[in-house]
Design a protein around this ligand. Structure first.
Ligand SMILES: [Zn+2]
Ligand SMILES: [Zn+2]
Length: 87
């Protein structure tokens, strides 16, 4: 029962992204995507680093989005190959 821990050297990598928002409703929700966060700093981090940046590549011909350029190129090649924009 002796819960003497080494003073916070063990910085646990909290992945608060995986919070089950079913059980808990964050006090801070993203105005853009509605994602809930318990702490404001996490929302701030989300806004500055995550929100709107995840789909880094947006297809110009449809709604397809991807984080990876390779996926986008493959998508364009397979779906929009005929509409190859010769600019
Ligand atoms: Zn967001
Ligand atoms: Zn597309």
């Amino acid at each position: 029962m002796c819960s003497v821990r080494p003073a916070g050297t063990l910085a646990h990598h909290i992945s608060e992204d995986t919070n089950t928002s079913l059980e808990f409703r964050g006090e801070f929700s993203c105005p853009r995507c509605g994602k809930d966060y318990r702490w404001k700093r996490n929302l701030t981090r989300h806004l500055s680093k995550e929100c709107g940046k995840e789909p880094a590549f947006q297809c110009h011909s449809c709604d397809y989005r991807s984080k990876h350029k390779q996926h986008m190129l493959r998508h364009i090649a397979s779906r929009h190959a005929e509409q190859d924009p010769l600019m």
